[in-house]
Structures are given as structure tokens and as C-alpha cells.
Design a protein around this ligand. Structure first.
Ligand code: IPE
Ligand code: IPE
Ligand code: MG
Length: 233
């Protein structure tokens, strides 16, 4: 079975998971961290090399203030609670997005987490926080212009926030919605898309395996004909 080298996930449905249980939405986000921990482990066991997750979008600031501050607290808590075991498990952490609006303490913590896991090689975990696909394209274009480079696809590619990894092979969205919501607009050009109706806290190993099985059945053609692809295989 072909295993994707890079999986990207829009971890959606935490709020509805909590509301269904008459819990505050932030309880769903807490549960979402447990789900991510399990997913990281499952990806390692299945030989996935890169996992990129959407944790907070540039549009999520518009949510009620208590939810936004709950999410910021959760990031700080996850940082304090998870980094040691991620480091032990061979996970290399990257935080991707516009981190400037975060507190200095938070930014320092994120950078320290990256530094302390920098030598790991089992799984690259990109956590997209205050990330937006349009922000990414714009910041890349600004970088290319500042370097005085010609504006080519390759130059933009090198300046994108995920330039350290290849594009995602499989992009999963949980929670039942079928949209990108400003996630990897540039990098998802040829990703296989997979939508799960499960809320993110309920996305377990069996759901991941269902997504992997669906991926293995896809024929990726990259613009070629099926006959061309089969001849090359
Ligand atoms: C995704 O879950 C997590 C974040 C956006 C931070 P939601 O909070 O969007 O959950 P739903 O879509 O409201 O259920
Ligand atoms: C996308 O989910 C962002 C994250 C999962 C972090 P949203 O819940 O914010 O997306 P919309 O608003 O339903 O499009
Ligand atoms: Mg949502």
C-alpha cells in the first residue's frame, strides 16, 4: 500500500463535539489535543514522514474573546506538556504562520520547542498557527521581491512557509465540511483530498487507516493521461 509521505489535516469539529455533550467549546479543543497526540503516534507507526496540522487560522481571531484566549492558553499548555515526549518520540516540531501577534513569552516557547527537537528525524510535525494560505502566498511574494529575485513559481516555492517539506500528498478535513478555509492554498495544488464526517476529537486510528486506504486507491495523474501514468509505473 502506498503511504503518503506528507499528510495535512484541517482538524475541524472540536466545537460541535463539545456542544453535543453540553460542554463549553474549549473542552472540545482540549480533547482535540489528545486526538492530535494519538494521530502523531499513528503517523509514526505507519511511516508517514510529515504531518501538517491546522491549529488556528488567521480568521479564527474573529471568534468570541473567551474562545480565542482559551485557544492561546491551550497552545501554552500543550507546549509545556507535550514537547518532552515529542522530543523523545523523534518528532521535529515547526510552527508555521504569522507568530508576530503572539506574546514574546509564547514566541520564545515556540522557538525553544523547535530548537529542542531540531535533530529529530522520525516525523516532521508542522503546527499551523495564525496561518492563512493567502498570508503565506503574500509573505512569500514579499520575500521574493525583497531579495530582488525574479517572480517565478520556484522562487515563490522557496519562500513559502512550508519550504522545508514537499507538498502534502493527502489533505484530510474532519468535521464534515468540504472546504479549505484558507489552508494550504499553494501547496495543495495536487494533494488528494479526503473528507471525514467525524469531529476531530473522534478521529482515531481506524479513521486514519480509512483515509490511508482511500489514498492508496487513488490514481495521481498530475495532468498526464491514465495510460501515461500506468506506463511509467
Ligand atoms: C477546529 O474546530 C479548531 C479550530 C478552528 C481552532 P472548530 O472550533 O472549528 O469546531 P466546529 O467547526 O465549530 O465544530
Ligand atoms: C479551519 O476551521 C481552521 C482550523 C481547523 C484551525 P474553521 O472552523 O475555522 O473553518 P470554517 O470557518 O468552518 O470555514
Ligand atoms: Mg470549524
Amino acid at each position: 500500500m502506498t503511504v503518503p509521505r506528507h499528510i495535512a489535516i484541517v482538524m475541524d469539529g472540536n466545537g460541535r463535539w463539545a456542544t453535543r455533550r453540553l460542554l463549553p467549546r474549549v473542552a472540545g479543543h482540549h480533547q482535540g489535543v489528545d486526538s492530535l497526540r494519538r494521530c502523531v503516534q499513528a503517523c509514526i507507526e505507519r511511516g508517514v514522514g510529515v504531518l501538517t496540522v491546522f491549529a488556528f487560522s488567521s480568521e479564527n481571531w474573529k471568534r468570541p474573546a473567551d474562545e480565542v484566549s482559551g485557544l492561546m492558553d491551550l497552545l501554552a499548555k500543550a507546549l509545556a506538556g507535550e514537547v518532552a515526549s515529542l522530543r523523545k518520540n523523534g518528532v521535529k516540531l515547526h510552527f508555521v504562520g504569522d507568530l508576530d501577534p503572539l506574546s514574546l513569552k509564547m514566541r520564545t516557547g515556540l522557538r525553544e520547542a523547535e530548537t529542542s527537537t531540531a535533530d529529530n528525524t522520525r516525523l516532521v510535525l508542522n503546527v499551523c498557527f495564525n496561518y492563512g494560505g493567502r498570508w503565506d502566498v503574500a509573505q512569500a511574494a514579499a520575500k521574493v521581491a525583497a531579495r530582488g529575485e525574479a517572480v517565478t513559481e520556484e522562487a515563490i516555492d522557496r519562500a513559502m512557509a512550508l519550504a522545508h517539506v514537499a507538498d502534502p500528498d493527502l489533505l484530510i478535513r474532519t468535521g464534515g465540511e468540504q472546504r479549505l478555509s484558507n489552508f494550504l492554498l499553494w501547496q495543495a495544488a495536487y494533494s488528494e483530498l479526503y473528507f471525514s464526517d467525524k469531529f476531530w476529537p473522534d478521529f482515531d486510528e481506524a479513521e486514519l487507516d480509512a483515509a490511508l486506504a482511500a489514498f492508496a486507491r487513488r490514481e495521481r495523474r498530475f495532468g498526464l493521461t491514465a495510460a501515461q501514468v500506468q506506463r511509467a509505473a
